[in-house]
Design a binder for this molecule. Sequence first.
Ligand code: CA
Length: 219
Amino acid sequence: MRILICEDEPDIITILSSSLVAEGYDVESVLTGEDLIERFTRIPPDLVLLDVKLPGINGWELLDWIRAHSNCPVIMLTAYGRIVDKVRGLSRGADDYITKPFKLVEVKARIEAVLRRSTLAEERQPLEIDDVHKVIILRGKEVFVSPKEYALASLLASDPGRVFSREEILSHLWPDNRYATSQDVQKYVYLLRKRVEEDPSHPKLVLTVRGFGYRLANY
Ligand code: CA
């Protein structure tokens, strides 16, 4: 497991990295946000320990950047023990929060817990259906969709991996409408991809099976 530490105090880096290396982690460290972005882009880590107060780009801005680019777990490191900072960090997508001065046993325990959670999340199907609330659950987060998009997603998710023909989708989405065409199916596939794909022009979840129809990727 690769851990990337971003912290401007060299003493803290030394303490953290020596103890994490002793635990068997592969540890890299950077002193600034600019270096974090560069390193993160080149070799994505499995977890980031991120200091809040940094020169230049601060920890909150870096957290936003990481969240815009990846689901990599982030633990914030901060001298602020104020509850408002904790809430701010967690609501912006941090996975946990450690207040300085910290105990190394606490850091290790939090890292293990966060990594365990993220591994479990990865093992689940990325796209699930909440039939009670009529929403899509994408990697654990609710995505609100229109009724037709929901109907399409729930049909595909009823049997992940199975190919559904355009005709099957058509009669599922418009059971009574004789005027709907395969263009309408294409349109809703397009709309659903815009909701659930990181890059809708290179779909990884809602896949086209040329000449047959569509299927949901099964993991
Ligand atoms: Ca600092």
